[in-house]
Design a protein around this ligand. Structure first.
Ligand code: SAM
Ligand code: SF4
Length: 333
């Protein structure tokens, strides 16, 4: 294996960017209400999106700046037709980054095996409830069984441990958390709840609608005995052993207990913008310079400067906080 390059994605607070989230498309086949409006969201025009060659070139440049982990996300990453090929090309980089994907699972029944063969290491599948009617209401689409099939295919393809991401919404699926955890435990999937963040482009965010970590733990505690797993370090998820272990459940309390102080993320949008934070108010354009003939060194300098300017934290709970201009589906979760 090649030596690791010296990390260059540093910021003023001593954090190092290592974990790249790539939105490979802004398109999606679900319309989760915490992420997208029911209708009216315009997709990026094809010419605006990075081509495969451009995408792989930017990822390779970022690996050269010290990125060690690349997560394919979106929108729905499985909707990018060339995804298997892109994963294969990223897996061929030296040094080879770890490759993960966050997906809604639709189409994974067909794609899990080819993606694993191309070099995908891990997968997180988003599933917020196992009550089919609640799933249809939350995602505005009746695709629950497709997700179930996708999860099974991921496990069969060896993309283990299969992780499940869930967002609890008050009055929609907050009463389903116990059933969801039992369902995941029965199948060997590792469940993680993520607190709902202010990313819904249509509505001003209302903190009281968010189901915080404390409330999820309280609900789960009615059925399961949860004990904190020691040695969390700077990991975003706080893990709990369920009924003495070894199985666990995690909570990512991005709002009530932010982990910005140890954030190692960098984001690349499908149209070639680099963001130093999900909630950044600005981004740096790589696509324009890239198409105008910029060298890798020139592109690197743009990213290094943008990372240096990263804010200390997202400030969701601070007065004056403003939601990002783009929806989560365009930024990449
Ligand atoms: N379509 C894929 C999926 O759903 O897994 C990948 C993109 S999605 C934007 C990535 C993750 O962000 C999902 O796990 C989703 O639940 C989460 N997410 C979307 N909007 C969110 C919000 N407002 N707060 C917290 N998590 C959110
Ligand atoms: Fe699509 Fe994922 Fe957003 Fe749901 S969370 S609408 S599946 S991008």
């Amino acid at each position: 294996m090649a030596d690791l390059p010296a990390p260059r994605l540093l910021d003023r607070f001593g954090r190092i960017g290592r974990d790249l989230r790539v939105s490979v498309t802004d398109r999606c086949n679900l319309r989760c209400s915490y992420c997208m409006p029911a209708e009216g969201l315009e997709w990026m025009a094809k010419p605006e999106m990075l081509t495969d060659d451009e995408l792989v070139r930017v990822i390779a440049m970022l690996v050269g700046l010290g990125v060690t982990s690349v997560r394919m996300t979106g929108g729905e990453p499985l909707l990018r037709r060339s995804l298997v090929d892109v994963v294969g090309r990223v897996a061929a980089l030296e040094p080879r980054p770890r490759i993960a994907m966050t997906t809604n699972g639709i189409g994974l029944d067909r794609l899990a095996a080819p993606l694993a063969a191309a070099g995908l290491d891990r997968v997180n599948v988003s599933l917020d409830t196992v009550v089919p009617e609640h799933f249809a209401r939350l995602t505005r689409r009746d695709r629950f069984q497709d997700v179930v099939a996708g999860l099974k295919a991921a496990a069969d393809a060896g993309l283990v441990p299969v992780k499940v991401n869930a967002v609890a919404m008050r009055g929609v699926n907050d009463t389903d958390v116990v059933e969801l955890l039992q369902w995941c435990l029965d199948r060997g999937y590792e469940l993680r709840f993520i607190e709902q963040m202010p990313l819904d482009p249509q509505h001003a965010w209302d903190r009281s609608a968010m189901v915080p970590q404390a409330e999820i733990l309280e609900r789960l505690g009615e059925r399961f005995r949860l004990t904190p797993v020691p040695g969390r370090g700077s990991a975003p998820a706080e893990l709990f052993h369920v009924d003495g272990g070894p199985q666990t459940v995690g909570i990512i309390a991005s709002v009530s207990a932010p982990f910005c102080g140890s954030c190692d993320r960098v984001r690349l949008t499908a149209d070639g913008q680099v963001r130093n934070c999900l909630f950044a108010r600005r981004e740096v354009d790589l696509r324009g310079p890239l198409r105008a003939g910029a060298s890798d060194d020139e592109l690197s300098d743009l990213v290094v400067a943008e990372m240096w300017a990263k804010a200390a934290g997202h400030g969701i709970d601070r007065p004056g906080f403003r939601q990002p201009d783009r929806p989560m589906s365009a930024i990449g979760g």
